[in-house]
Design a protein around this ligand. Sequence first.
Ligand code: C5P
Length: 224
Amino acid sequence: MKKIIITIDGFSSCGKSTLAKQMANELNYVFVDSGAMYRAITLYFLRNHINWEKTEDVVDALKEINLEFQYNDHSGKSDMVLNDENVEVLIRDMLVSEHVSEVAAIKEVREFAVDQQQRMGKRKGLVMDGRDIGTTVFPRAELKIFVTADPAVRVERRFKEMYEKNPSITIEEVKNNLEMRDYIDSNREFSPLRQADDAIVLDNSNLTRDEQLELALEWAQSKI
Ligand code: C5P
């Protein structure tokens, strides 16, 4: 069977990673959460007080960053490892979420991450989710999915997820963060979030996880 590259892009909290992970499991493909890389870089910048408005400081800091994915048997997905430290939980923190879109808009940061992402796709058999995967990282991917969902549904989903880790979080905070990230991600100069011309749109507002998986797998099977 032919191995392909599947890209899943879309706004924040549309369930992209969930779908990408499920598809990778079903197809026995590698799953890569590209957002985790931008989150790990942001964590490094915050911890080391890097002034990301200064290009020189960004370039120097990126030289000190090593990103790896490490398979976790328990969760069935790969954890983000930053300079030998498993930061999978830390990168989901609100502080990182508040700054990640600013950091991800920096040209040098994008070049650093995209280069690694493209290398991961060399052998195909990959499902990667993010914002610019079908447009910039793998413009020639065999299957591109653009996921959307009603904003209220997305806020609710994200709130539930964040509340489990931090019960003091409010729905307003979650809503503001999603709106801010979507705005910055869609309006940045380098690889803004947009639907690739040849992407299939998947609106999952009224779909269960299983229903959306079934649909996406049908599309994948037609390309394999
Ligand atoms: O996917 P996730 O919401 O974890 O991504 C966090 C942030 O990383 C996004 O809001 C966006 O700013 C950035 N990102 C990006 N390009 C990608 C994936 C994520 O700019 N391919």
